[in-house]
Design a protein around this ligand. Structure first.
Ligand code: MSP
Length: 486
């Protein structure tokens, strides 16, 4: 029986343009979604846009558009960016979808019925960039450290509050227990636990002054706080997209480190209050940096996914993001470094190997592919590298978002070992029917087929091409897979 695998990305603020910070999360989700589909799981991969709130309303006003017209104009940019990277999301959710709005309203009603809301005055600072309240201790030079000073405003208004504090003991219990913990990697689990134990205030969940939002069901003079609205997308999609109701709870929420608290504390408490099952796992990654600074529109230092596709092709772009993915630590990236990596790994190594084997083995038929080639329970003894390849270890690296290590493993086992074999046997010096030459080419062919199978979640088109080239009699290569970049 196939398992269900429901994976999500954060829904991105509509007022930004997609950059490779957003791209790395969406691609990470794609790698995992593809790996699970390859294993026969039933996958639901969800991404989308976060369209309500003060900052979207302000951006629309600047463009002289109604907020809805503004959102309708911009949302497709994200969907298109993901399609141009061959990202295989099953649904693109927009929080202005009336079906989502209805479910937010129902969800809030459940929290209200559980007596988990009360009215109180909010007095303090708010960052419109983050769309969140910030405490005085979080301020740096009187403003939010990741957004320009004008984004930090002082607010004083009557709001509805959610009894977050009520759920703290339960959350601590769940996180401390290895069987029920949902926070990965480990460092984030201890960070959240320490913060929970230090004491937590209730949170405001509605806005008196913000008009662009979903009306609070029991008090329409206020709108639902944009984060409450946005987090519910993960659940609402399963309820209104046809055939997905069995996918809740989510298998995995992927997110960047600045939104850890929302996903691991607030969202979980909301679900407890609404009496719904909690997601199995959240994985929080770090940031892409450019020259030591976080990449963001406000800093004007963004690299767009389109730039990468134009320079390196779709699979080149996907590969470079996988290789530089900021899992546990921030990752400093730049175009010069990307080009160097592309040339070294894709043009000179993998691409060149494919082209050599196509040339040396042209027309040669090494027989049908044995399906056991891909089960990897036994290793090809002809690999010069000694330890056997273990597909389970490789899959675990991907599940842990260690994409760089996962790909390195495949390169060492199948690509580098083939190059080594060619250098040792020099088949081009041997006659066409020499058994050493045939054996060497046949091993390289099966190594390439195995590499293509394993690397498929990262570079699906390239891997399909490699599989087609080597599945029957070896085909001539019509054009280099990865032309060298000057
Ligand atoms: N709309 C909220 C999320 C709501 S989810 C219920 C939001 N949107 S965002 O547009 O700001 O996107 C944040 C996400 O984009 C981060 O969590 C991360 O996944 C990704 N990234 C944005 N900039 C990034 C980097 N520089 N590096 C890596 N990822 C980053 O927050």
């Amino acid at each position: 029986m196939s398992d269900k695998f429901f994976i999500t990305t954060p829904i991105y603020y509509i007022n930004d343009v997609p950059h490779i910070g957003h791209t790395c999360t969406t691609l990470a989700a794609d790698f995992l979604a593809r790996l699970h589909r390859q294993q026969g799981d039933e996958v639901f991969f969800l991404t989308g846009t976060d369209e309500h709130g003060q900052k979207v309303a302000e951006s629309a006003e600047k463009e002289n558009l109604s907020p809805q017209a503004y959102c309708d104009q911009i949302a497709p940019r994200f969907d298109q960016a993901w399609k141009s990277l061959n990202i295989s999301h099953d649904f693109f959710i927009r929080t202005t979808d009336p079906r989502h709005e209805q479910i937010v309203s129902d969800f809030l009603t459940r929290i209200h019925s559980a007596q988990d809301v009360y009215k109180a005055k909010y007095e303090g600072y708010y960052c419109i960039g983050c769309e969140k309240f910030i405490t005085e201790t979080e301020l740096v030079d009187q403003h939010c450290p990741i957004h320009p000073p004008e984004k930090t405003v002082h607010k004083s208004e009557d709001n509805w509050f959610f009894r977050l504090s009520k759920y703290v003991p339960k959350l601590i219990e769940l996180i401390e227990n290895d069987q029920t913990n949902y926070i990965y990697p480990e460092g984030k689990r201890s960070e959240v636990l320490a913060k929970l134990k230090a004491g937590v205030n209730d949170v405001s969940i509605s806005r008196e002054s913000v008009k662009w939002g979903i009306p609070t069901p029991w008090d329409p003079s206020q709108t639902v706080y944009v984060w409450f609205d946005a987090l519910i997308n993960y659940y609402s999609a399963t309820q209104f997209v046809e055939g997905k109701s069995d996918f809740w709870p989510a298998s995995l929420h992927l997110l960047g480190k600045e939104i850890l608290w929302f996903h691991t504390v607030i969202w979980q408490a909301m679900l407890l209050s609404a009496n719904l099952p909690l997601p199995h796992k959240t994985y929080t990654h770090s940031f892409y940096m450019i020259d030591g600074q976080k990449m963001s529109k406000s800093l004007g230092n963004v690299i767009s996914p389109g730039q990468l596709v134009d320079l390196y092709g779709v699979d080149g772009a996907r590969y470079l993001i996988a290789r530089s993915f900021p899992s546990e630590n921030d990752s400093d990236v730049g175009l010069a470094r990307f080009t160097e990596k592309y040339n070294a790994d894709l043009a000179n190594n993998l691409g060149n190997l494919v082209s050599r084997i196509c040339k040396l083995g042209a027309g040669q038929d090494f027989g049908p592919i044995n399906p056991s080639l891909f089960d990897h329970s036994a290793d090809s003894t002809k690999n010069p590298s000694k330890s056997p390849f273990n597909k389970g270890d490789f899959n675990t690296l991907i599940e842990d978002l260690k994409f760089d290590e996962a790909i390195s493993y495949i390169f060492t086992k199948f690509i580098d070992s083939s190059n080594e074999l060619l250098n040792i046997n020099k088949p081009w010096t041997l006659s066409e029917d020499d058994p050493t030459r045939l054996d060497c080419l046949s091993t390289c062919r099966s190594n390439l087929l195995q590499a293509a199978h394993c690397l498929w979640p990262f570079m699906p088109d390239t891997c399909d091409k490699i599989t087609a080239l080597f599945s029957g009699p070896i085909q001539p290569l019509p054009a280099p897979l990865f032309p060298r970049i000057k």
